[in-house]
Write a protein that binds this ligand. Structure first.
Ligand code: ADP
Length: 151
């Protein structure tokens, strides 16, 4: 059976670190759905439809990756996409603590949904959407952190 994983996140913006997780995830999963979520706790900086289009461009030569926005519970969106796996990235122990809580919650909601974690590649360990966003706010060019051009 085809193994589909959902890679959910705010992706505000989607960075080279996120892309690296997807590319490496493709050696484990047949198909990866990148789900750009409206996180109720975070007001977005980059428009979600613009981000969907940019991430689609970044994977235009990769038929086993699709990109969609969603505004439901992650586990409901996974079910809708027939994804039995969630893919997430880990950079450090803070990520681990946060991801542990989220993974336990998702497991509670749907016991058949397994979360897989990939440790960040060292070159992306310090790359965070929050920092990239802050740089952009203050006029710093952030293109080298992204797998697409913003302009
Ligand atoms: P969320 O707001 O849902 O935490 P993010 O968009 O910040 O989503 O991140 C999505 C996932 O990608 C998370 O699992 C996060 O830990 C992971 N991630 C973020 N940046 C990197 C990076 N540079 N390298 C590897 N994984 C990363």
């Amino acid at each position: 059976m085809k193994k589909t994983a959902l890679f959910p996140g705010s992706f505000d913006p989607f960075t080279n670190g996120h892309k690296d997780i997807v590319i490496r995830g493709l050696s484990i999963f047949d198909h990866i759905v990148i789900g750009i979520g409206y996180n109720t706790a975070k007001k977005r900086y980059f428009d979600i439809d613009m981000m969907v289009n940019k991430v689609k461009l970044a994977f235009e030569h990769e038929p086993n990756v699709s990109v969609e926005a969603f505004d439901t519970l992650t586990s409901d969106f996974a079910k809708l996409k027939n994804a039995k796996y969630l893919l997430r990235g880990l950079r450090n122990t803070s990520d681990l603590e946060y991801e542990n809580t989220i993974a336990q919650a998702n497991k509670y909601i749907n016991k058949d949904l397994e979360t897989f974690f990939l440790i960040t590649s060292p070159e992306y360990a310090a790359l965070s959407s929050t920092v990239v966003r802050e740089m952009h706010k203050y006029g710093v060019n952030i293109d080298k952190f992204l797998p697409y051009n913003l302009s």
